[in-house]
Design a protein around this ligand. Sequence first.
Ligand SMILES: Cc1ncc(COP(=O)(O)O)c(C=O)c1O
Length: 355
Amino acid sequence: MIQYSCSHGGVYSVNPRLVRVDFSSNINPLGISANVLRILRRNLPKLSSIYPDNEHKILKEKIISYLDGGLTYDSISIGNGATELIYNFARAFVRKQVIIPYPTFCEYELSSRKVGAKIKHVPLRDWKLDVRGILEKTRNSDAIFLCNPNNPTGLFSYHLVEKLIEEIDPSIKILIDESFIEFVDEKKHPRSFIEKINEFRNIVVLRSMTKSFGLAGLRLGYSISHPSTEKKISNNRITWNINGLAQLAGITALDNLSHLRKARKIVTTERELIHERINHNLRSFSAIKSDVNFYLIRLSHGRSRQIRDLLLRKYGILVRECSDFKGIGDKYIRVAVRTHDENSALFDSLESLDK
Ligand SMILES: Cc1ncc(COP(=O)(O)O)c(C=O)c1O
């Protein structure tokens, strides 16, 4: 049997010593906040040698007040990154078969294969969700993985996702991965499906603090669902799954949201600027409009892996080459929106390769 391979960006996907700026990880462009770092430093000696809170009580309290949606403790699961919760969801609900629209984040398929499920792939249509195509494949399916905003293509229409949830057999569980929703352009009025967890007990909404608060190395995520659904997810977690430093980082980050607000502003402004610059000045590269903190660049010359390697070797710039995303081909790279100077460095490096 051919082993399914699920690859990621990040500095360890290449020789880390070559990376000057990492555009391949779609995280907060400001990284971890100075305040979180200060508090972590102060608490490092104590937290390194005591067991962490296995119930994540303070962190859950902060998440509840952050989400402001009348949630209770028993509707939240905390994960070692959103990724842990993808696996806990698969262990809880995936048996025979799952539906995965593609291209998308590969951990959905990997986690489903690990529990022995068959995968029903449904291609996006013009990068939009094909609700009909999904509904046609629901027979014998236990679950669906929906990534919204989708990695790597961007935001789906809220109404299409809503239509799917309303029309599908409610015994099918739906994971809605909103790991990037905090970076969606406010003008798009992004709406979360968290508000629907009591109406639809089959949905589980996933968030990643790793991305929104720049904690990729510490690992932190959470899922929200009706308590009866949540119980089955948390039954699959290991004891002390979140270390004390990650918990404190999350608590401190949620205490002061100015860092996230600042990052969102940067993403909104910079995304427009860099798109304009690429699309008006370069012939070999076109930026695909995106409403979130990453975007695809289409290459008219060369292949994605070759361009990634050139950018890395010549400039220390790491982009995500997308040829391993099912159905995307070798003409796309994906880049995160970063700070003004970093985006300018990306532009200059692309310009030097322009034909
Ligand atoms: C859509 C999506 N969900 C989840 C994750 C993983 O998030 P975390 O780092 O919190 O595990 C990623 C990482 O790239 C992602 O693209």
